[in-house]
Design a protein around this ligand. Sequence first.
Ligand SMILES: *Cc1c(COP(=O)(O)O)cnc(C)c1O
Length: 402
Amino acid sequence: MALPKFTRSFTQQEPISEEAIAAAVEVMRSGRLHRYNAEPGEMSVASELERAFADYQGSRYCLACASGGYALQLALRAAGLEPGEPVLTNAFTLAPVPGAIAAAGGRPVLVEITEDLVVDLDDLAAKADATGARFFLASHMRGHLADMEQLAALVAERGLTMIEDCAHTMGATWNGRKSGAFGKVACFSTQTYKHMNSGEGGLLTTDDPELAARAIILSGSYMLYERHGAAPSADVFASIRLETPNNSGRMDNLRAAILLPQLADLDTNIARWNARYQAVEMRLRQVPGLKLPVRPPEEHYVGSSIQFLIPDIQPNDARRFMRQVSASGVELKWFGAEEPSAFTSTHKSWAYMEPQSLPKTDAILAGLFDMRIPLTFSVEDCRQVAEIIAASAANLPIGRAA
Ligand SMILES: *Cc1c(COP(=O)(O)O)cnc(C)c1O
């Protein structure tokens, strides 16, 4: 029996709330769009956002900046990365992550992942030893958290500085502790397809006063670092302010104005995402041949996307499966494709890096499918989408092999 075609868009976001629109209009009426366009002692909207996000995260310091990728660059530089140094990072990540390492002058060294789509701790230890790297950029790609206690212990044992890429884990926790609270510094994105939407934007959090001061100066604060919402005291900047280059990439008040009300709604939206995620997950778990990453009880995730594996699927079958679901109106991404497409790419197409051998990751990516779960879908929409995936998977020569 053919299922009805699904007709809703996988890339349509919810509108910006009327409250956020009103806040943005107020900033525009004032003409004061630049974050430092405030009276001495007055908190600009960008500073208010920094204060509010630091409180949400439970971090001492927060910097609002131009993008998540830019925040990652700043984090690496402010943590002391030297030109040419190796930086370990998960091999399953998004292009801006190795891109940020390269932009900061580092050399990405990719670490294998497991079938649960998190960093392989044995390979991390081996590559830390082999390269002598001082930095590990933990990319919580598609919201999957490694065992954060084990990871933090390994990182401490090897003397690595951990930078967390929380683009997909804003609001997530491990054992009740916020994602982003395990490393020395954490980076978040407020680009349209993440958990808060200002078009573009980034947030950096840390408890380290000197790292925060360097990041603030790097972000282009001129000598106005005292006009920040969650910054270390002025004495911390004494020498840092003169030694640190200004690489403008600030957030403006307009973006901050639309983010503040969204932050207040974030936890509500996480529950809405997870209801949708669980509707898809429940159905896909019943499909023979499909394997979903295990989500441990310690992990409180944000189900803004879902991934599944079809282990050992042949490329031709994967392409046929993609065509079938697409004909039914369901937009999947496949990480096994030869050519990068839109937001989806793998290490094989990041040709500015030294080529790296990642047999375990490559085998996983060859059978890895990925789907965005927009909040514009109802739970019922999500059930329908899952039925379409299940029906298309039933046509594959999978789950039957000996
Ligand atoms: C989106 C994203 C980033 C960077 O975000 P931008 O704001 O687009 O620079 C970093 N890491 C991951 C995993 C992402 O998905």
